[in-house]
Design a binder for this molecule. Structure first.
Ligand SMILES: *Cc1c(COP(=O)(O)O)cnc(C)c1O
Length: 611
């Protein structure tokens, strides 16, 4: 297809905003222009339970989905041939509202797919609990900066001949029980592959399973081979499937991995598929662990940061696990004033994020001005949403991510007296919080209440505000508009974390526990500050909080108020050192060279260490 002039015009990469002219619903995909020769002929199917396409398409819950969206946005920029698959979720994840005490209430985040997506013609039917469940697909186009488009297909079981309950399978993200979840994963893995074939994408070079949710894809590939030779799947079939499959694990604790009891597996998938799993030794403890299935069937497996590779390797010693550290899509996560700043000084940054290294030459006065604008935008948005007026001259700390206990959103409030003392003696500061708790995560909900209670108790001494319904839009406002990004998870629980990377791109340094990506991105006093960083330092709340207060008192707050030029230098090196690396352009290139290339998946050393 001939490229038109408009397709070649770079789009301003502000994928968060609704109604972006070049993404989403669109007349037709460009026929893979501008592949830079990087990807060769490799085409990759990318399957993910959630994908954050844009803020008004609520098919994501947090970091995993945003990462999936950023992956596809960067792949589109780089001209890589990828095809995304996820579920439609007509009721989204949920919308959060909070009362005065921080009690979370949830409502459906209903939306109209036909406003954002194009309905595709083919229908496929997938076997679930012995019934044929019909699926259709809706297409969203992620268009890259050079015009290359990546289609994402959102699977929808809410179609005509299906029974009412079957129609609900693609309504809610992470809603429902084990059975609902297994049915959804069947739709993603098996239905997804069938749909790709029906859309003319058979025999892709590689399939990327983003987290274990997509692992039934591998089962379906195996089943194909068995059917083709009219027999049972054997080791040679597993080897063949392995050459096609890439698996990224995101969960550093065993309890976080999806697993389903054998009777449920039998009932949902049927006996033939259950037999294949049993033959592979994947029903050993009368359970199907989706991570085990993916590990067994992937020729390339990776964790999402160096530390997470180690943690995963210890959890799964039989398999070789690599590391590809996560990133974020720079064009999406930089705020408008920073984009303009980069465009003026390093215009190459949009096409090649590595140029952000040259942020070292940006005059700090201009950086400070761009940040001032971002901070004013955040303060105005907070006032509009909550009625709380923050002070633009006051040091502002941000904390926003999924509200779940291991993230310890309330850790900063360990000693309210100490916080009051800091504010009185070293300089005022204010706090902006955000984050949703999964509807059934009582610990997460309690965490939000504790943040509310502490804020109230602090009263006027330290102003704190919690913004409802944290989403991508708020994500950009917060990570660009605060002066410091706070991160205090329990150690080794944060596989990578990405919000601190968004902050770094916007010149906002982190104050963080040494976990996930921060172990790689932290240079003390240069890109931010670490908390409880001594080797084998205890990880209890008291110790971490004490260290955190110490850093604020001795280093961070004095630097901000007494040596603003030095603070601006930290902001600048944060962009130059971390923005230039912790982006999805670099990450996707690493997947391309290390995982997607034929060599990566065929080489003997990519096989499991033993079987
Ligand atoms: C980036 C992002 C996250 C991930 O935050 P972490 O600190 O990595 O947990 C979650 N939710 C939204 C809306 C985001 O934009």
């Amino acid at each position: 297809m001939k490229q038109t002039e408009t397709e070649r015009t770079p789009r301003p990469p502000d994928g968060i905003a609704a109604g972006n002219a070049n993404v989403g619903k669109s007349p037709a995909p460009a026929a893979a222009p501008n592949t830079f020769g990087l990807a060769g002929s490799t085409t990759v199917g990318y399957l993910s339970m959630e994908i954050g396409l844009e803020n008004n398409v609520p098919t994501f819950s947090g970091g995993l989905g945003v990462l999936a969206g950023d992956t596809l946005r960067s792949a589109a920029d780089l001209g890589i041939r990828m095809i995304g698959v996820t579920l439609l979720y007509r009721k989204g994840y949920f919308r959060q509202s909070l009362d005065d005490a921080g009690n979370q209430a949830e409502t459906a985040a209903s939306w109209r797919p036909e406003m954002h997506l194009d309905e595709m013609e083919p229908r496929v039917s997938v076997q679930i609990e012995g019934r044929s469940v019909m699926l259709r697909a809706w297409r969203y186009l992620v268009r890259g900066i050079g015009g290359h488009a990546i289609p994402v297909y959102l699977l929808d079981s809410d179609v005509e001949p299906n029974a009412p309950l079957d129609r609900e399978f693609t309504h809610s993200l992470y809603g429902g029980d084990d059975r609902y979840r297994l049915c959804q994963e069947t739709i993603l893995g098996i239905g997804g592959l069938q749909m790709l074939q029906a859309l003319g994408h058979s025999d892709l070079d590689a399939y990327h399973m983003n987290e274990g949710h997509a692992a039934l894809l591998a089962l379906h590939l195996l089943e194909h081979r068995a059917v083709a030779k009219i027999g049972a799947a054997d080791r040679s079939d597993v080897d063949a499937v392995r050459r096609r499959c890439v698996f990224t694990t995101h969960t550093p604790v065993p309890a976080g991995h999806d697993s389903f009891p054998k009777p449920l597996v039998e009932s949902v998938l049927g006996s033939a598929r259950t037999t294949i799993l049993a033959d592979l030794g994947l029903l050993e403890e009368q359970k199907l662990n989706m991570t085990h299935l993916a590990l067994e069937c992937a020729g390339y497996v990776n964790g999402v940061a160096r530390i997470h590779q180690g943690v995963s390797q210890a959890m799964f010693p039989r398999y070789r696990i690599r590391a590809v550290t996560n990133g974020v899509h720079a064009g999406t996560w930089t705020c408008p004033s920073m984009r303009r700043l980069f465009d003026r000084h390093i215009p190459e940054w949009r096409f090649d994020n590595a140029y952000l290294r040259y942020a070292v030459d940006i005059p700090t006065a201009e950086l400070v001005e761009a940040h001032r604008e971002a901070k004013a935008g955040l303060i105005a948005a907070v006032r509009d949403k909550t009625g709380v007026q923050l002070d633009d001259s006051v040091f502002t700390i941000g904390f926003a991510r999924r509200a779940t206990p291991y993230k310890r959103a309330d850790l900063l409030f360990h000693s309210l007296d100490r916080l009051r003392w800091i504010a009185r003696n070293l300089g005022p500061f204010q706090l902006v919080y955000g984050g949703k708790s999964h509807p059934r995560d009582e610990g997460g909900k309690d965490l939000i209440r504790r943040v509310f209670a502490a804020s109230k108790e602090l009263g006027g001494a330290v102003r704190a505000v919690y913004v409802e319904d944290y989403d991508m839009q708020w994500g950009q406002l917060l990570t660009s508009g605060v002066d410091l990004w706070l991160n205090t998870p329990e150690k080794t629980r944060e596989a990578s974390g990405t919000s601190g990377m968004k902050a770094a791109l916007n010149g906002v340094p982190s104050l963080s526990v040494l976990d996930g990506w921060w172990i790689e991105g932290h240079v003390e006093g240069v890109t931010g500050w670490s908390v409880a960083n001594r080797r084998n330092a205890p990880d209890d709340e008291g110790t971490v909080a004490h260290s955190l207060y110490g850093k604020l008192e001795r280093l961070v707050i004095p630097l901000f108020y007494e040596r603003p030029n030095d603070y601006a230098t930290v902001m600048r090196s944060t962009i130059a050192l971390n923005g230039s690396f912790f982006n999805t352009h670099r990450m996707v290139s690493q997947y391309l060279f290390n995982a997607y290339s034929q060599r990566a998946r065929v080489g003997g050393e990519t096989r499991p260490a033993e079987r």
